[in-house]
Design a protein around this ligand. Structure first.
Ligand SMILES: [Zn+2]
Length: 101
């Protein structure tokens, strides 16, 4: 029997891939009244809240950023500072992944 692997779409390149090949970004509100979301890399894909998926690639991250896919997906405003820190974390994660190989 074939094992079904959950498939998600990368918001950068729109490619459908197995969940394992993607990085999940979760949006959380520290406070219910907060307008801005805090975007974090969800390493265990187990965080609450909305999430989006990206290939493990800076290209996809930047494309998603450029086309405001994050804002579209989360349906809220996200501050520039958030993106800067998220991009930094994402980049760091990419580095960790390649080191492990
Ligand atoms: Zn992608």
């Amino acid at each position: 029997m074939e094992r079904r692997v959950p498939v998600r779409t990368c918001i950068g390149c729109r490619t459908r891939k197995s969940k394992m090949e993607l990085v999940r970004i979760a949006g959380r509100k520290p406070d219910m009244n907060d307008k801005d979301l805090t975007l974090v890399i969800d390493s265990d894909a187990g965080m609450d809240g909305r999430g989006v998926y990206l290939c493990k690639s800076m290209e996809c991250f930047d494309r998603a950023l450029k086309y405001k896919q994050f804002i579209r997906a989360f349906g809220t405003t996200v501050s520039d500072e958030q993106f800067v820190s998220l991009r930094h974390d994402f980049e760091k994660r990419m580095g960790e992944n390649s080191e492990k190989r």
